[in-house]
Ligand binder design. Structure first.
Ligand SMILES: NC(=O)c1ccc[n+]([C@@H]2O[C@H](COP(=O)([O-])OP(=O)(O)OC[C@H]3O[C@@H](n4cnc5c(N)ncnc54)[C@H](OP(=O)(O)O)[C@@H]3O)[C@@H](O)[C@H]2O)c1
Length: 239
């Protein structure tokens, strides 16, 4: 699939990894549907992206208004070809142990990181199935595999997100839709700064480093389902 002319919905595209992926998709000719809660960050990001492509940008919480986002995108562009579930909640900073995890915060982390992307997939899949084509990219973390103390809320949500993606992919076998679970690796972003307050993260790569892997997954990957490391893809592209 070439990005040129495709419609990509990217959540959390006002900053960090989501914005870097959105920039590359825009530069490659995709039309964009993007969302994040803070208008102060979303509006300038959308303006920058509009220099390259058509953009629908909605300031909303994906755990509350998934339908509105998909409706706005399909109303404007007629379809969604690519869904990048990137927006994510870390939970409280500093991160509490599971034993002490505030219940309402855990509820919110699971709604944003598991239920919202599941809902978005449910909303875009009928159109993709009809066209027998589509790409869904779900952004995960090594915290979904490794048992890091203190990362229990976020890590549990990413583990659940990964597993529901696997089951979804099994249910979609033969549909023509491809699904990828992608670990971008450590990046110097707001989320990582909240996860490790006070730490010097200047040595970490910026989110622009793994972003080209998201172009590769749409344009070059062929597997119907895979869990991949963005940095392994980048290393392969560099060598
Ligand atoms: N940074 C790392 O080291 C790292 C490592 C592994 C995996 N990841 C994953 O990579 C992805 C991107 O993370 P990042 O580091 O780029 O984060 P980031 O810089 O903090 O950006 C997060 C984006 O998501 C938006 N967002 C958060 N909650 C939202 C909600 N409920 N509804 C709509 N938008 C929401 C944010 O905008 P608003 O806050 O204004 O809504 C922002 O645009 C996440 O899935 C994360 O789990 C990151």
């Amino acid at each position: 699939m070439r990005l040129q002319g495709q419609v990509a919905l990217i959540t959390g595209a006002s900053q960090g990894l989501g914005l870097e992926v959105a920039k590359l998709y825009a530069e490659n000719g995709a039309k964009l549907v993007i969302a994040a809660r803070r208008e102060t960050l979303l509006n300038p990001a959308a303006d920058e992206l509009r220099r390259h492509t058509d953009v629908v940008a909605l300031p909303l919480d994906v755990s509350k208004e998934a339908e509105r986002l998909v409706e706005a995108g399909t109303e404007r562009f007629g379809r969604i070809d690519i869904l990048v579930n990137n927006a994510s909640a870390l939970g409280p900073s500093p991160m509490p142990l599971l034993e002490e995890y505030p219940w309402d915060e855990l509820d919110r982390v699971l709604r944003v990181n598991v239920l919202a992307p599941l809902h978005l997939m449910q909303l875009v899949l009928p159109g993709m199935k009809q066209r027998r084509e589509g790409v869904i990219i779900n952004v995960t973390s090594d915290a979904g595999l490794e048992a890091y103390p203190g990362w229990g809320g976020y890590g549990t949500s990413k583990a659940a997100f990964e597993h529901l993606s696997r089951i979804f992919a099994a249910e979609l076998e033969g549909s023509g839709i491809r699904m990828y679970v992608v670990d971008p690796g450590d990046m110097n972003t707001e989320m990582h700064r909240m996860a490790e307050p006070g730490e010097d993260l200047s040595g970490l790569p910026g989110p622009d480093v793994p972003a080209p892997a998201f172009v590769w997954l749409v344009e070059k990957a062929t597997e119907a389902f895979a869990r991949v490391s963005a940095m392994e893809i980048i290393d392969r592209l560099r060598s």
